[in-house]
Design a protein around this ligand. Structure first.
Ligand SMILES: Nc1nc2c(ncn2[C@@H]2O[C@H](COP(=O)(O)OP(=O)(O)OP(=O)(O)O)[C@@H](O)[C@H]2O)c(=O)[nH]1
Ligand SMILES: [Mg+2]
Length: 194
């Protein structure tokens, strides 16, 4: 299969709704807790290890970063939601921007929710899932760092997440072993109509 993602380039980072790029084409939002492995997954998907910065100090980015895949498709990287149990994207300074984005953005097609395969569906992930459901935006659960588990444990984790989500299929990926990204590409393209 031709990899449509290898030409992906960084477009811009924004902190204010009015600075978003033009609302056209298809946008897939990348969300997940800090350290979930979003940036690593983006780099693995695009086969470009230099595209997104892998963080040693999580939670510092407060911008929403836009990456252009092609003329019609963008990947939108959200800052990680943070570690603290009490932290919520609603209380983050980019929370209002996110609410506005969900409410108004016509290009928004789907949200990928990245979760460490060893710790899926934390409360904050469920908050994001609720936001998707309330807004009528489909989401794709992606379980990251699958190299940390045996194949058996991986299947168990996938089944458990599917059950907890009432039948929504999750995809397991490992950026370290470059596994699962063909499946993720196909899923993204399904929503991007590309
Ligand atoms: N073993 C393993 N480690 C991974 C994998 N993906 C990411 N990591 C590690 O997890 C840590 C966080 O990865 P990032 O990709 O920076 O995570 P992030 O979700 O972008 O984090 P923030 O930008 O802070 O929200 C790094 O130390 C990565 O090396 C993976 O597939 N396998
Ligand atoms: Mg990151």
């Amino acid at each position: 299969m031709k990899n449509l993602f290898t030409e992906t380039t960084f477009m811009l980072g924004v902190t204010k709704f009015k600075n978003l790029p033009e609302d056209g084409g298809y946008e897939i939002l990348l969300a997940g807790r800090s350290n979930a492995g979003k940036s690593s997954a983006l780099n693995a998907l695009t086969k470009n290890p230099k595209l997104a910065r892998i963080s040693k100090t999580p939670g510092r980015t407060t911008e929403i970063n836009f990456f252009k895949v092609n003329d019609s498709l963008k990947l939108v990287d959200l800052p990680g939601y943070g570690f603290a149990k009490s932290s919520s994207y609603k209380r983050k300074d980019w929370g209002p921007l996110l609410s506005e984005y969900f409410a108004k953005r016509k290009s928004l097609q789907a949200v990928i929710i990245f979760m460490d395969i060893r710790h899926p569906l934390k409360d904050i992930d469920k908050d994001m899932i609720n936001l998707c459901n309330e807004s009528g935006v489909p989401y794709i659960p992606v379980l990251t760092k699958s190299d940390k588990l045996s194949n058996n444990q991986k299947q168990t984790a996938l089944l458990k997440v599917k059950k907890d989500l009432g039948g929504v299929d999750a995809i397991a990926v490992s950026a370290k072993d470059a596994i699962g990204f063909d499946k993720l590409s196909r899923e993204i393209l399904r929503y991007a109509n590309a």
